[in-house]
Design a protein around this ligand. Structure first.
Ligand SMILES: C[C@](O)(CO)[C@H](O)COP(=O)(O)OP(=O)(O)OC[C@H]1O[C@@H](n2ccc(N)nc2=O)[C@H](O)[C@@H]1O
Ligand SMILES: Nc1ncnc2c1ncn2[C@@H]1O[C@H](COP(=O)(O)OP(=O)(O)OP(=O)(O)O)[C@@H](O)[C@H]1O
Length: 274
């Protein structure tokens, strides 16, 4: 079965509290972004063990612990009828970018395995498997805009229509580690209530919707603020860091074309319509 795990953007991201388990409570709106990897899962030929073949953007770490393999093995532990699998992942979405690419691969591996082998796992149970693989993973099970709380894995519905909004995502080829980014944060309550701020027109978000990681990462990574400034100079109605970085995105109203901008050759850029 072939699936296309997509990235996400964070609209606003507040780190409100350090938790006793070492994680942080966050408040953020997660939005699916149609920038995708390609993932195929098949039963392995008779007698062969589970394998993964990786192409595209190099993924740091041992392939045997890739999140797709971990997702498959997590289900195998509870569904012994699952045979060894052949997994193919073509990686396109930048890693360590705040785009949730690895988490999406894991969640889509769970969903594809459930469907391919007719396991009949409910959405709620898929979400609880996803939570075991990473805080961002559960979002990708339903993969629709939500207000995320706690570790970023508990959701409230949100009515947000950004259809037709132009979007430019700029990844400056910096791998920012998520634990390192959280370690630089001093948790605090949001200055504006996120749900209410996002209910206002896109043009107002610049003054009311922010990502706490921007301030804490600024001293080490001045390029992040420079990219955001360039997006505003090019007419973006709203621009922000996504997640814990390093991708920065700009949004343009549906009536306005996203301008063509020049970036250093080492950057990866995605543009399209939400
Ligand atoms: C920054 C966000 O991308 C916002 O969407 C997410 O909160 C990050 O989620 P993620 O990449 O799935 O993170 P995980 O793989 O669960 O955790 C990596 C590390 O980030 C830190 N972490 C993560 C999520 C969270 N709510 N609090 C944390 O403190 C912890 O040190 C954890 O060990
Ligand atoms: N399928 C995968 N795609 C990306 N990274 C993976 C994958 N499987 C395992 N990893 C590991 O996870 C690390 C990336 O995690 P990280 O959280 O920084 O990035 P991400 O999941 O792509 O997105 P985000 O930056 O939004 O969290 C990599 O260094 C790699 O070792």
């Amino acid at each position: 079965m072939l699936v296309f795990p997509n990235a996400k953007l964070n609209l606003g991201l507040y780190v409100t509290e350090r938790r006793p388990d070492g994680f942080h409570n966050v408040e953020s709106v997660f939005l699916p972004l149609p920038w995708t990897d390609a993932l195929e899962i098949l039963p392995a030929p008779a007698g062969q063990p589970t394998s993964i073949t990786l192409t595209g953007r190099p993924i740091p770490g041992n392939p045997a612990t890739n999140l797709c393999v971990r997702a498959y093995e997590l289900l195998q532990a509870d569904f012994p009828q699952l045979p060894p699998a052949q997994i193919y992942l073509h990686k396109i979405v930048p890693i360590g970018a705040g785009l949730g690419g690895g988490s999406a691969d894991a969640a889509f591996a769970l969903k594809a395995t459930n469907e391919l082998f007719s396991l009949g796992i409910s959405v709620e149970t898929l979400e609880s498997y996803a939570r075991q693989l990473g805080s961002d993973c559960a979002f990708f099970i339903q993969n629709k805009p939500v207000l995320a709380m706690e570790r970023g894995d508990v959701f409230q519905e949100i009515d947000l229509n950004l259809t037709g909004t132009g979007c430019l995502v700029v990844y400056p080829n910096l791998h920012i580690s998520t634990p390192e980014a959280f370690a630089r944060i001093t948790p605090q309550a949001p200055a504006h209530a996120l749900r209410a701020a996002l209910a206002q027109p896109l043009e107002t978000w610049r003054d009311t919707v922010s990502n706490d990681f921007e301030k804490s990462l600024a001293p080490a990574y001045p390029v992040l603020a420079e990219i955001k400034q360039q997006l505003y100079a090019a007419g973006a109605a709203y621009a922000s860091l996504s997640g814990s970085g390093s991708a920065v995105y700009g949004l343009w109203p549906a009536s306005v074309a996203v301008p063509h901008l020049e970036w250093p050759a080492t950057y990866t850029v995605w543009h399209g319509v939400l």
